[in-house]
Design a protein around this ligand. Structure first.
Ligand code: T1G
Length: 705
């Protein structure tokens, strides 16, 4: 029974000496203040009820409990605190059983660990994923999990944030029994009855020690985890998790809880929690657009892919992995065979890594067809073109699609910058044309920009979002402009980097700054990885429309003119020796930079790392504000998700717009106004940024609008 407005979020029924405490707080039974108050009250009353011999805790809906209510973080704490509720449950003189189905995560698992026994359905998932939010299990999990499963297993769960199934949980000692049916309430009651019949003792987790008895082994596990955490720069909470487990080994339970509380509070107050919680909600918000709210997606199962190059093959693999039927179209048999071999190679790689069997590959490829005739697409529900980035070629492809595809087929282009309105206007059905901008490698990268041209119908856009969900990708709605959201902003902050390089910074110290900020690599390392010729082609394409008054740095072009495209040519900004991973700064780059500085009349200056970072970030945020103001992105959070999922922005900083809020928009604007004194054309403050600062607001205020 789902709660009505009047129904309490925690409902208790008692039958034949067994109390059933059911949490009903849709959608995932998060431990909101009301739920914590309800549990506290229920256990206070039940502990005083002599007729009650056992208490079973369970959740309504699809999950046990998804954890603390993440929406409450950063708000003034409300009593009772979750650790106190867990301690109250554990202290009960009645036998307490947690009956788990769906997810028991974070505080949800902590509630279960404070019970005396745990039963779960086979499909249940348990976990302590707080690390993904910049936190640590703050309601006893760091003390109780090691006491049941030992330090190594507890640390693995807490540091990975992964979910474990019921069988593994049983093996680890985190649950005691796997239910034989899915009626978890009945199973919980039956298990309670059997425990009472067997005279099972009240078993308080905080008093268990067996799993920690072999101190040397436990300490070795903790030391190994600490060493592993030290290697991974960036996140704040993992080291604190290790400290908590050390406390579980060294301190009495009550002291260990106090240590956990203190370290949890440090994590809660860290900017990383703010950034990670923001991304948690933002990656869910981006799935909601005006079109997904107003229209239903068209059904799809058969998808055509035009082009078997790197992108086309990657897209085909992504579609096949999602269980869809795929037909690849190429211009001739040789090209088709090459495209099909690219797809097969991905699955051969999975087999080599032991992730797929030959039978599995055969079953997948049974859904993969190829043809050199567009007629093979007559029954396709969606067609995605990934051919050469040339408007003439795209229009020729769409003319064929217009000729052969059934009415209602969604016609999508994977273009990364061409004008999709122009493509749509070239066919008889512009309402069916949408942009689906995948990122390479398309079967790995989760970001999918759904680009919305002027005439597209809402249900086609909704179909794009539904496809993203099917592919387990993160969709972001983007308006039509050069570069949509991500590439447009990338071009600007890369320009800022080039300016700093010409003004005196080396590309290598700029890359080092960007890595220190939290990116996996800097812009010049990225250019060498992707191929400098790609950016070169973009710059040449834009030359005709570039503002002649805009400062242009020729350094990158000089490298490309020498054929130094990066890893694929053995040198670019860095030199790549055969057999070595990573590159070394290319000594031939400095003279080129010096020559270009001289031509530009620049007297080189030094930059501190902070100066480099503030310019890089300011350029990114300023363009992000323009992208939002123009409606290219629906909200600032859409910019955040795009840059986190597609461009390596560190997740724990929340994305550029969230990060700007954390830094403070007045400082960002002041920086831009200061830089504008050197280059008023490039550093024009975004009107939206100016407006928000004037109104004392931040970007997040636009996320809720
Ligand atoms: N708090 C508040 N809202 C939550 C939530 C939570 N813990 N979990 C999910 N939601 C919302 C979500 O925003 C979405 O809202 C809706 O529920 C459905 O979510 C002290 C401090 C449980 C596996 O990190 O992993 O406990 O978009 O789309 O795909 O130690 O939600 O509908 O408005 O993800 O079925 C630790 C986070 C918290 C688990 C279900 N727990 N949640 O997946 O649905 S910190 C977590 C999930 C903590 C304690 C610490 C998943 C799910 P809307 P969904 P789903």
């Amino acid at each position: 029974m789902e709660p009505t407005a009047a129904a309490p979020v925690v409902q208790t029924t008692v039958s034949d000496h067994i109390a059933l405490v059911k949490i009903s707080n849709p959608p995932v039974n998060a431990l909101s203040t009301a739920v914590r108050q309800g549990l506290q009250q229920a256990f206070t009353e039940l502990n005083q009820n002599a007729d009650v011999h056992a208490i079973v805790v369970t959740g309504s809906g699809a999950n046990f409990i998804a954890g603390a209510d993440i929406r409450e973080f950063g708000l003034p704490p409300q009593a009772p605190a979750l650790p106190d509720v867990c301690n109250q449950i554990e202290a009960s003189d009645k036998l307490v059983i947690a009956a788990i189905h769906g997810a028991a995560l974070g505080g949800g698992l902590e509630i279960a660990l404070s019970a005396h026994y745990r039963v779960a359905v086979e499909t249940a998932k348990i976990g302590l994923p707080e690390v993904n939010l910049g936190l640590l299990p703050g309601a006893g999990g760091t003390q109780r999990a090691p006491r049941l499963a030992g330090a190594a297993a507890a640390l693995d769960l807490m540091l990975s944030g992964r979910h474990a199934g019921a069988k593994e949980a049983l093996r680890l000692g985190l649950i005691d029994h796997i239910a034989t049916s899915d009626d978890i309430a009945a199973e919980g009651i039956a298990y309670a009855r059997s425990l009472l019949a067997d005279g099972a003792p009240i078993r308080r987790t905080g008093e268990q020690t067996a799993a920690l008895d072999d101190r040397a082994a436990q300490q070795a596990a903790i030391d190994a985890a600490r060493a592993d955490v030290a290697k991974k720069k960036g996140l704040f909470s993992p080291a604190k998790i290790v400290d908590c487990v050390q406390a579980a080994l060294d301190q009495p339970f009550a002291e260990g809880l106090a240590t956990e509380r203190e370290l949890f509070t440090q994590c809660l107050n860290s900017p990383q929690r703010a950034g990670l919680v923001h991304v948690f909600f933002a990656e869910r918000e981006v799935t909601k657009s005006p079109e997904t709210q107003s229209a239903k997606p068209r059904p799809f199962q058969k998808v055509g892919v035009i082009g078997g190059g790197t992108m086309g093959a990657g897209i085909a693999v992504s579609l096949l992995d999602a269980g869809l039927s795929v037909t690849m179209i190429e211009r001739d048999d040789a090209a088709l065979a090459l495209g099909q071999s690219r797809v097969a190679k991905v699955y051969d790689g999975a087999i080599a890594k032991g992730r797929l069997s030959e039978e599995g590959k055969a079953a997948i490829l049974a859904r993969f067809h190829g043809s050199t005739s567009y007629d093979a697409l007559a029954d396709a529900d969606i067609v995605i073109e990934a051919v050469f980035e040339d408007m003439g070629v795209k229009k020729a492809v769409f003319a064929e699609l217009d000729r052969v595809c059934k009415p209602g087929a969604v016609l999508a282009t994977n273009t990364s910058y061409l004008d999709i309105n122009e493509v749509a206007n070239s066919v008889s059905r512009p309402q069916d044309v949408v942009g689906l901008h995948f990122f390479s490698p398309a079967n790995i990268m989760k970001l999918l920009e759904i680009v919305v041209p002027a005439k597209v119908s809402a249900d086609v856009v909704a179909t794009g979002f539904a496809l993203a969900k099917k592919l387990k990708k993160v969709p972001v709605r983007a308006g039509v402009c050069d570069g949509f959201i991500g590439n447009r902003i990338l071009a600007v902050y890369r320009q800022a980097a080039d300016y700093m390089m010409e003004d005196g910074a080396s590309p290598f110290e700029i890359d080092a700054m960007v890595r220190a900020f939290g990116y996996p690599m800097g812009p010049y390392e990225m250019s060498d990885l992707a191929g400098g010729d790609i950016g070169w082609a973009t710059r040449k394409r834009r030359a005709a429309t570039r503002d002649p008054k805009a400062r242009y740095v020729h350094i990158a072009d000089k490298l490309c003119e020498r054929g130094w495209f990066g890893q694929k040519t053995g040198q670019g900004w860095y030199v790549y020796e055969a057999g070595t991973r990573g590159g070394k700064p290319n000594p031939a780059v400095d003279p080129i930079i010096a020559e270009e500085r001289a031509k530009a009349g620049v007297t080189p200056r030094t930059f501190t790392r902070e100066e480099l970072e503030r310019r890089y970030v300011a350029a990114m945020v300023n363009e992000g504000a323009k992208v939002v103001a123009e409606g290219i992105a629906l909200r600032p959070l859409d910019v955040d998700v795009t840059l986190v999922y597609g461009y390596g922005f560190p997740r724990y900083k929340g994305g550029p717009m969230k990060y700007a809020d954390l830094v403070g928009l007045p400082q960002i604007l002041a920086d831009i106004e200061a830089f504008a004194k050197e280059d008023p054309l490039f550093w024009q403050p975004a009107p939206l940024l100016v407006k928000l600062v004037q109104e004392g607001k931040n970007f997040d205020s636009l996320n809720k609008a």
